[in-house]
Each structure stands twice: as structure tokens, then as C-alpha cells.
Design a protein around this ligand. Structure first.
Ligand code: BGP
Length: 487
């Protein structure tokens, strides 16, 4: 009567993930408008002396300075890895690895250069037509993120990004246009990348200039409220336009562990995890969870909502919950409730875990724990749509890249996904982050590499852009060929 699932189910989706602003380049080509990500300058957070200054946020004077003197800055996301012109070669390499899914995002500013136009930019739409056709030629399903950390810069200048409710109809128009246009090519969609990361960066997550807001925490939740509504409307549109669409939400899943068995620390971990799951709680269940009422009150957060919002959220719940997973986090009891949200930079080290070269704790079992908890909570299919190791790769004298550390990292995470599946979790797929080397989101560095495919380009944008399969390329190919049996 009870038969345990062994190994990965048939039809499991194996592939890799990217984002438009980290790969495409061609930042002003074919009518594309400037996007918020085009104005993120290169920063090395680990260079001596600047660690404390490192921030993902942009303020209004920085923005004015960037716009007035662009030549004074390195903006690596403007070049990406030239996927815009090399997508055929790159997709052929993904096909060689055996991908049956490829996650990418659509740049809003390619379709609506300022976000305000009545009609979309046809040349922008044509580009993604070509990319999807190329994927489908090899039997690769595109998994499309509608909004991955960028928007037309005009929407930041005019409205201060997602702080304004005005963005909802503008996004709905964008979503409807791409759903209509690609309805016969794209079945898998994610509305917003890592919704919870607006708490970490108002600019990256929501296009907000942080010095223009008084209460940053309140701004983050108000912007999130607008994104929840936009996401729900996009889900509703997707169901109408593509009846068999699968459309999901996404968070950066950073499981919080209590530092000790002290009940106060345990309680803190419960609260931290609630703050993370608040996002899928709304997107999967369609209502604000009750635990947020106390949090909002105690943090002087007053959200502006309208009568119709409750209905919109209810009508736009997702089909699946997607996560990116890189690390876990350690927390302990503290006074300041506003500090509860999990972040990349946990001040408390977990003595059981090794760190990546960028000090991210490596915790494969944390992935299993996350999947088990999320599945218990939502009973919806899950998707691990980002996971991977950022590392400084070296091209050896033999011309190859021997990245056994990356193989080891991904292997351990796949093992834990398999365990989770055997625990009963319904997992749809796995797309490793940065399947081809790309520009890092948080640092704009090229040298923080995640790929199975090396791209010859340095932090200053110098290099031939030649693609070289790494050792991990051949390893992942075998993993996919055997549906995860070979690890
Ligand atoms: C996630 C983002 C990706 C990404 C990845 C790795 O938060 O969705 O866009 O780049 O993290 O982060 P980083 O590039 O900063 O190493």
C-alpha cells in the first residue's frame, strides 16, 4: 500500500538558471530602455577597507551621479556575457548537457523601455521569440521569471519603484503582453525572483531609492504588498491565457537555526522562519498570515491597502513554490524585532559548516530541511530554481577548468533533494544557478563564477568571451542522462 519513491521521478526537470540582467548585455540595443540593474556599479565587498560600505542599495545622489557620469563607473551588468548575441551557442551547450529546462528572465525594459509606453517594443519581443524557439528546438522547456531584480529606471525616477501602487497596472500590462506573445512556447513561469530579498535591498528587489523613504522596513513591506498584488494579477492572467500553465512564486530560502537549545533562541528561529515564509504564505494561500499583525504593530508598520486587495490576493494563488537555496543561517534571541529577518550575512557562524570563498555557509542538509518544511506547509509542488557555488575558477595549463569543488557541492545538494523526494516531497525540478558563468548579482563581479561553462571575461570586461565546458559540465551531463542515479 505504501511505496516509497526511489530516486528522481520520471520527467524531473533538470537544467540551469540565469537572469536577463546578468547575461544579456546589449543594454541599449534594439530599443531597450535603461533598467535599474544597468546602474549598479562594480563593487568588491571583500576588498580591504570597503567591507562596511558594501550595500546592495542605491540612493538618489548615487543615481544622479551614475546618470551624469556613466564613464566613471564600471557597470558589468551592461555587458553581461553577451548572451544577446551568443544565445544559440549557449543553448546548444545546455542541450549538450541534456537540459530539459532552462530558467531565464525577461527584461521589462526590453519590452517596455520606460515601462510607460502603450505599445510594446517589437524588437524586444522578437529576441525572446528567438531564444524560446532555440530552446524548444532541443526539447528544453523555458522557465521564465517575469521580474528578476530589475525594472525600467524611469519607474524608479518617476514613482520610486514598487513603493508606488502605480506600478501594479504597468506590470500587469507587461505580464499580459508576454503571456499572450509566448503562450505557445512557455508553460512554466515564476512571477518575481526572491520576493523576500526586498528586505535586504530596496533598490535591487523593488527599484526603491532608500534615502527617499523614512521607514525602510515599512517601505519594504509596502513594496512587497504591491508586488503580491501584481503577482496575483499575473497568475490570474496566466491561467486565462495559458490554461495548462504552471506559475509559481519564489523566495530565497535561508533556513534559520537556533544558536542553542535555549527556548528563547528556538522561539527566535521560529519567528525568523515565519518572516521568510510570509512571502509564500501570501502567494500560496492568498491571505496575510495572522502572525504578521503583531510584527507590523510592534514595528510601526502601517500598510496602505485597498478594499479589493483581499480578493485579488485570493484569486491569484500559485501552482508551485520555487526557492533559491545557497545557505542556512544561525539566529539567537535579541531585543530588536526589526532585526529578525534572515540575511546573507549572519553574524553568528555555524561551527559545523564550511564556508565558500565568499563566506557563504555550505549546508546541503539545510536544503532537505527546507524542502520538507515547505512541502509540509503548502502541499504544493516545489522547485529548486537556484543553487550553486560561487568560486574563483582557474584555467589550468591543459586549458581546462577542474572544478571538483563545484561538483562536490552540487552532488551533495542533489543527494539531499533525493532524500527529500524519498521523504515524500513533490519536487518538480532543479535549475542550478549560473549554469554558464555570468555577472554576480550582489557584487557585479565576473570572477564569482557559478557555471558549468566557463566564460573568458574578467571583472573589467576584458576577455574573448570564449565558452569552455568545465569538468562539472561533463559530470552534470551524466547526472541528467541517468536522471540523478549517477552522482
Ligand atoms: C540570487 C539571485 C541571483 C544570483 C544569486 C547568487 O539571490 O537571484 O540573481 O546572482 O543569488 O548571488 P551572487 O551573484 O551575489 O553571488
Amino acid at each position: 500500500m505504501f511505496t516509497k519513491q526511489t530516486g528522481f521521478p520520471k520527467g524531473f526537470l533538470w537544467g540551469g538558471a540565469t537572469a536577463a540582467n546578468q547575461i544579456e548585455g546589449a543594454y541599449l540595443e534594439d530599443g531597450k530602455g535603461l533598467s535599474t540593474s544597468d546602474l549598479v556599479a562594480y563593487k568588491d565587498p571583500y576588498a580591504k577597507g570597503v567591507v562596511d560600505n558594501f550595500t546592495f542599495n542605491v540612493n538618489s545622489s548615487e543615481l544622479a551621479e551614475y546618470l551624469a557620469h556613466p564613464d566613471n563607473y564600471l557597470f558589468p551588468k551592461r555587458w553581461g556575457i553577451d548572451f544577446y548575441h551568443r544565445y544559440q551557442e549557449d543553448i546548444a551547450l545546455f542541450a549538450e548537457m541534456g537540459f530539459n529546462v532552462f530558467r531565464l528572465s525577461i527584461s521589462w525594459a526590453r519590452i517596455f523601455p520606460t515601462g510607460l509606453e502603450e505599445e510594446p517594443n517589437e524588437a524586444g519581443l522578437v529576441f525572446y521569440d528567438k531564444v524560446f524557439d532555440e530552446c524548444l528546438k532541443y526539447g528544453i522547456e523555458p522557465l521564465v521569471t517575469m521580474s528578476h531584480y530589475e525594472m525600467p529606471i524611469t519607474l524608479t525616477q518617476k514613482y520610486n519603484g514598487w513603493l508606488s501602487r502605480e506600478l501594479i497596472p504597468l506590470f500587469e500590462k507587461f505580464a499580459t503582453v508576454i503571456l499572450e506573445r509566448y503562450k505557445n512556447k512557455v508553460k512554466y513561469w515564476i512571477t518575481f525572483n526572491e520576493m523576500n530579498m526586498t528586505l535586504n535591498s530596496l533598490y535591487t528587489g523593488s527599484g526603491i531609492l532608500e534615502d527617499l523613504v523614512e521607514n525602510k522596513l515599512e517601505a519594504a513591506y509596502q513594496a512587497s504588498h504591491h508586488q503580491f498584488l501584481a503577482s496575483a494579477l499575473a497568475v490570474k492572467a496566466a491561467k486565462k491565457i495559458i490554461p495548462d500553465a504552471k506559475i509559481g512564486c519564489m523566495i530565497n530560502q535561508i533556513e534559520a537555526y537556533a544558536r542553542t537549545t535555549k527556548p528563547e533562541d528556538q522561539l527566535q528561529a521560529v519567528k525568523s522562519n515565519q518572516l521568510n515564509m510570509f512571502f509564500p504564505d501570501i502567494q500560496a494561500r492568498g491571505t496575510y498570515p495572522s502572525y504578521m499583525t503583531r510584527y507590523f504593530t510592534e514595528n510601526a508598520i502601517e500598510l496602505v491597502m485597498e478594499a479589493e486587495d483581499e480578493r485579488i490576493l485570493k484569486e491569484g494563488t500559485v501552482d508551485f513554490v520555487a526557492i533559491s537555496y545557497y545557505m542556512s543561517h544561525v539566529t539567537e534571541a535579541r531585543e530588536d524585532a526589526s532585526e529578525l529577518a534572515v540575511t546573507f550575512d549572519s553574524p553568528i557562524k555555524n561551527e559545523y559548516l564550511e564556508l565558500s570563498q565568499w563566506d557563504w555557509p555550505i549546508d546541503p542538509i539545510g536544503l532537505r530541511i527546507s524542502l520538507m518544511k515547505l512541502y509540509d506547509r503548502y502541499e504544493l509542488p516545489l522547485f529548486v530554481c537556484e543553487n550553486g557555488l560561487g568560486a574563483k575558477d582557474v584555467v589550468s595549463a591543459d586549458g581546462n577548468i577542474h572544478d571538483d569543488y563545484r561538483i562536490n557541492y552540487i552532488k551533495k545538494h542533489i543527494e539531499q533533494m533525493q532524500e527529500a523526494i524519498e521523504d515524500g516531497v513533490d519536487l518538480m525540478g532543479y535549475t542550478t544557478w549560473g549554469c554558464i558563468d555570468l555577472i554576480s548579482c550582489g557584487t557585479s563581479q565576473m570572477s564569482k563564477r557559478y557555471g558549468f561553462i566557463y566564460v573568458d571575461q574578467d571583472d573589467q570586461g576584458m576577455g574573448t568571451l570564449k565558452r569552455i565546458p568545465k569538468d562539472s559540465f561533463y559530470w552534470y551531463k551524466k547526472v541528467i542522462e541517468t536522471n540523478g542515479a549517477y552522482l
